[in-house]
Structure formats: C-alpha cells, structure tokens
Design a protein around this ligand. Structure first.
Ligand code: AVJ
Length: 395
C-alpha cells in the first residue's frame, strides 16, 4: 500500500518523495522534483530506489532503537509515523459517540483552525484564570522545577509553545547549557509555529516536533534518555473516567526510570469562579463549543444548524467537573450526506461536547503513586486555584 504522506528527504540536492515503503530497508521513490525545474514547470517524474538508511540519516536519537524505523521526516525537524493516517480516526470517533446515550463528543474535535483560534482567545479572557495562573506558577518556580528534574530532554504533550514552555526552556538552558525539546501534537501547524519560535529564541535547543497522537509520541521516546514529560493547561481535565487511568498507565509505562512528569491541574474551588470561567460574558466559550458542529459538518458533510442550538454549561458537584453542552432549540433531523447515517436530535436534548474536571492535588498525588509516579513537589498559586505537580517515575 502506498503511504499517503509524501515525505521529502534530501539527497544530493534532489528532493525525494518516498511514496512506497517496500522491504524494510528500501524505499521506492516514484516521483522526484528537481527544485530548479519544478519552478513553474511540470515536475520531472521517474522511478528509482534509494536505501532507506539514506533518508534516515538524521533520525534523532530521542527515539527508542526499536521504534526509530517507524518515523520519517515530514519536513525539517518534524517527524511523523510512517503510514499513519491522522485523519482516519475522527469520523469513527464522532459517529460512535454521537450514537451513544447520552450523545457526546471527544474533546479533540474542538481544535480545527477556528477552534484553536477561539481557544487562544479564551486564554486571554478575564474569567478564564487557568492559563494566567498556571503561567505565573511556572514563572515563579521554573528554576526549582528544572533543578529537581535533571534531564536532557523535555517532551511536551500538546504543541505548546506558550509563555509557559519558555520559562522551562530558559531554565533548562541556564542550568544545563543545552537541551532537546520535543513537542508532540496532531497539528502540523502548531508544530511549525513551535519550531519557528524555538529556532529564533533558543538556537541552542535541539528541536524535534512529533506529529502524532500523544500515546504514539511518548511511547517512541528512548527510555534511556533522561526526560521531563510536560502536560500543562489542565488538559487532563478533558479525560473521562476511562481515558484518565489508561492515559497515566500508558504514559508511566513509556517512561524510563528516573524520568519526570510535570502536570498542570485545575483545582476544586468556588463554583461561581468555575462557572464563569466556562461561561464568559463575551460568549467566546459558547462559540468555541458550538464551533465543533461546523467542523463536523465539514468532516462528514453533516447538516447541524448552528442557529438551531445553544450553549449550556454547569458544574457537576458529584463528578467535580464542568460539563459543556450543545442543546437543540428545536427538533433537528441530522444527516451525514456521505454515509448512510441519520438521527433525530430532539428538542432540548443535550450533546456533551466537553468536560473539564477539577482536582484535589493531594488525592491526585496519591492516585498516581499507583501508576509508579512518585510525588516530588507541588507548586501552587497564592489563591490555590491551580496546581503544577512534579512526579518521578519509580521503577
Ligand atoms: C484546553 C482542555 C484545558 O478545559 O479549560 C476552555 C479547554 N474549554 N474553555 C479547559 C476549554 C472551554 C480547556 N483545556
């Protein structure tokens, strides 16, 4: 099966686009473009075979030896898994959970181009204290965090090249002189932005963007490379009760002895503060949540009508989480043109689009102990609204 992604590699000034991986050690190239000739004219096409080793000469050592062969350079300093199709899964996920009772969606569908922009806006809202508070904690404690975690590599889950990451990278360079930084993200655009920012602000840092889902990304990292895994923003709050333990078990299993985990978690607090953070006065959160249906319409040629739905959120005290819903204002017959699938979205029926959990940091520390993650340190803000927790993998 020809691989869908065309992966440019460089060989004596000629760009090769390997489109077929044959025997383990060979890649057959059916097409190549000589840059000068390709400029404005029809690309030169011919077939030849190059040893795979040549296309991999720069495969970074962050990968475990047995995983290295699966990764390809998507573009300079950005790696992806050979043959991985990151687009194949969303459709299946959307349909499965929409037919569940009650209907719900996995949170990652929120982040199309517009969704990512809206989330950036949310981070700047006066009501959305999370980003600001976590950033302040990291700014204050980056020095301590990096001192406690003597690593050579920082792996960030979620592309994140935010102010928060800058604090950690700055300290890592100050204390160790050099570092590898490997963000993992399904968004190639996010990785490119991250690469550009790191190149200009931290030329000493070795950058390797991993274009993959979190689990595929972190499982590929060499266990012998002392690494700090960073998972910020309280993204764990999105995980439901089955995602949550699975995520930490898999991550812990992928960590080498002596690796560290830095985790940002929102905390249980006054309900009004929480409800305002997820129902802002400007309606940006509502737009962010309902935008998922525009995204779904595009992906699946659906007919969700935005003017026929409204946003509703509430704090669920028993589950200690904010629940974000889309509610049908009137009955709607939802159809997906490309596939033979339809359902009735009843008036007032809610679709659960996202959850954001709040945590008790001490309980979280106790809990993760059962995943062989030992609590090293707990950092928080003066109001105790947010926690940044450092763990060490116990062998
Ligand atoms: C990016 C998942 C941490 O849950 O607070 C913000 C996303 N949703 N407002 C969060 C979000 C609505 C955010 N996370």
């Amino acid at each position: 099966m020809p691989s869908k992604s065309r992966i440019p590699a460089r060989l004596r000034g000629i760009h090769l686009y390997p489109i077929f991986a044959g025997e383990p050690n060979w890649i057959q190239c059916e097409r190549s473009i000589i840059p000068e000739e390709a400029n404005g004219s029809i690309p030169v096409r011919f077939s030849f075979i190059v040893p795979q080793a040549m296309t991999q000469e720069n495969t970074p050592t962050i990968f475990a030896a047995e995983k290295r062969a699966h990764w390809r350079a998507l573009e300079p300093e950005i790696w992806s898994i050979q043959g991985a199709d990151l687009d194949a899964v969303p459709t299946q996920s959307i349909l499965t959970t929409l037919w569940d009772q009650p209907r719900w969606l996995e949170a990652y569908h929120l982040y199309d181009q517009r969704g990512s922009e809206l989330f950036e806006q949310i981070c700047g809202l006066p009501e959305y204290y999370l980003t600001r508070t976590e950033n302040a904690i990291l700014e204050t404690h980056a020095r301590d965090i990096i001192a406690r975690a003597p690593v050579r590599c920082i792996v960030e889950l979620g592309a994140g090249y935010s102010k928060k990451t800058v604090h950690l990278l700055t300290e890592q360079l100050r204390q160790r002189g050099s570092s590898i930084f490997a963000p993992i993200d399904v968004s190639a655009a996010g990785l490119r932005a991250s690469r550009a920012a790191v190149r200009s602000a931290f030329p000493e840092i070795q950058f390797h963007g991993l274009h993959a889902r979190y689990e595929e990304g972190f499982s590929a990292i060499d266990k012998n490379l002392p690494t700090l895994f960073v998972f910020l923003g309280s993204t764990i709050g999105n995980f439901n009760h089955s995602d949550f333990p699975r995520f930490f078990r898999t991550l812990s299993a992928a960590m080498g002895p002596g690796d560290f985990l830095l985790l940002g978690a929102d905390r249980v607090k006054d309900v009004k503060v929480l409800e305002d953070a997820y129902n802002d006065s400007r309606g940006v959160t509502a737009e962010f949540i309902l935008n998922v249906f525009d995204h779904i319409n595009r992906l699946l040629h659906g007919n969700f009508a935005r003017d026929n739905m409204r946003y509703s959120s509430r704090y669920n005290p028993e589950w200690q989480r904010i629940e974000m819903y889309a509610v049908a204002r009137a009955r709607q017959d939802i159809r997906f043109a490309d596939i033979d699938a339809a359902f009735q979205w009843q008036k007032d029926e809610k679709i659960l689009v996202e959850i954001s959990r709040q945590f008790d940091p001490l309980r979280l520390q106790e809990q993760l102990r059962f995943c062989d993650l030992g609590a090293v340190e707990h950092f928080t803000d003066p109001r105790e609204w947010f926690s940044v927790l450092l763990f060490k993998k116990e062998s």
